[in-house]
Design a protein around this ligand. Structure first.
Ligand SMILES: [Zn+2]
Length: 404
């Protein structure tokens, strides 16, 4: 490596005049003395990708949106999980209502939907903890009792559970990506159970009959189905969570999973489906086609403003066209430190509001030092008030039957 000198400087300038490559060379020349505070000089020591935290030099407006312009229903949260302790499954709450309510008040979130309410005893505990004491602030969904799939009579049992869940107070059904990617014939072993497996038909029908919307998470980002290599746009995320990769093994493709869910929506036109995470947020033309084809389909935007916000012009048109069928959601998890794009808190809501309400340019989609779902930043889509009201509140209000 050549030391930095006036001669190098002049040489590099001369080369720069000859072509672009020379400009790069000029930067690879290391200063003789290290500047204080600079641990790694460019060119000499390679900077690890995980240590790279570039700061944007753009001079553009930065709008803080501390409070949503209109009241909000957050359709996608995980205030609790079902946790297994030995043989007993019980509700594990990620926070207390006393912690969550003041944040909701400050951010103008009127209702939070806790999708992962579980089933049976757990569901009852969850409803008693969140919804019963605050019926106007928290809504709880039930989940399928997948462990019982090996039992004879499961289809009817599962349908009956939907009715029982409604009696307990549940207002919808949540289906995790477990269906399609984890659930197997013998629960954890054997072939994967397909999303459109007919054993679930009575369950989808029961949800429709009881006017309980189905929040369904199918598949995952397209990059999760590709090798985790240098071409993968979510390389860092997949490296941090290797178990999120669905590349290889016996996993179906993203397209197969989407199509399987589409067949369910087609087969149960009386049931309202809220396709979580926009379904396939990298492919808005495909999602648009589905929305045109399935009148009982809606989408929710949780944990996908990173995708929507990097294609702001396409997103803006998408929101215009499907303004009656898009629901606000964050996928918020209190203390979900593993996934910065989902940590419940004031910062999270402010980013969503900034994306939806402003035309700010090139900002972080998650409260994290590095963009956790891919190395890019996003642009606001500045929705008009009429669309904001629908997306924030009215569409979810209608589906949840909250209107009195
Ligand atoms: Zn979620």
């Amino acid at each position: 490596m050549v030391g930095w000198s006036r001669r190098n400087w002049l040489t590099s300038l001369a080369l720069a005049a000859a072509g672009q490559g020379a400009i790069v060379n000029a930067w690879q020349v290391r200063p003789k003395k290290r500047e204080p505070g600079r641990e790694k000089a460019p060119g000499k020591t390679k900077l690890a990708l995980e240590d790279y935290e570039p700061k944007s030099m753009l001079h553009v407006p930065e709008t803080r949106v501390p409070r949503a312009r209109f009241p909000v229903i957050d359709f996608h949260t995980h205030l609790s999980w079902s946790a297994r302790r030995g043989r007993v499954t019980e509700a594990h709450n990620n926070a207390t209502p006393e912690e969550v309510l003041p944040v909701m008040d400050r951010k103008n979130v009127r209702v939070m939907v806790n999708l992962t309410g579980g089933y049976g005893k757990v569901l009852e505990q969850t409803i008693n903890y969140w919804q019963k004491p605050h019926p106007d602030r928290f809504v709880v969904f039930t989940e399928p009792w997948f462990e019982k799939i090996t039992e004879a009579g499961y289809p009817q049992f599962q349908a009956d559970q939907i009715e029982r869940a409604q009696e307990l107070g549940a207002r919808g059904l949540k289906v995790l990506k477990t269906l399609g990617l984890y659930l197997r014939e013998r629960v954890t072993s054997g072939p994967l159970v397909k999303i459109d497996d007919q054993r679930f038909d009575p369950m989808w029908e029961a949800a429709g009959a009881h006017r309980m919307p189905v929040g369904i998470h199918t598949s995952d980002p397209e990059a999760f189905f590709l090798p985790t290599d240098r071409f993968n746009e979510r390389y860092e995320e997949l490296s941090a969570h290797p178990d999120w990769s669905f590349h290889g093994k016996d996993y179906p493709s993203n397209q197969e999973l989407q199509e399987s869910r589409n067949r369910v929506m087609a087969r149960h036109p009386g049931t309202q489906f809220v396709v979580l995470h926009v379904g396939d947020s990298e492919n808005l033309p495909y999602v648009s086609e589905l929305l045109d084809r399935h009148r009982n389909m809606h989408v929710e935007i949780g944990a996908r403003i990173g995708e929507l916000g990097r294609q702001p012009r396409a997103s803006r048109k998408f929101f215009d066209r499907y303004q009656d069928r898009i629901l606000f959601g964050t996928d918020a998890v209190p203390r979900g430190n593993d996934t910065p794009q989902q940590i419940f808190g004031e910062q999270l809501y402010e980013i969503y509001y900034r994306f939806l309400e402003t035309e700010d340019e090139y900002f972080d989609y998650a409260p994290a030092p590095k963009p956790p779902q891919g190395r890019w930043r996003i642009y606001g889509i500045g929705l008009p008030e009429k669309i904001l009201r629908k997306v924030y509140y009215e569409n979810a209000e209608r589906l949840l039957g909250l209107k009195t």
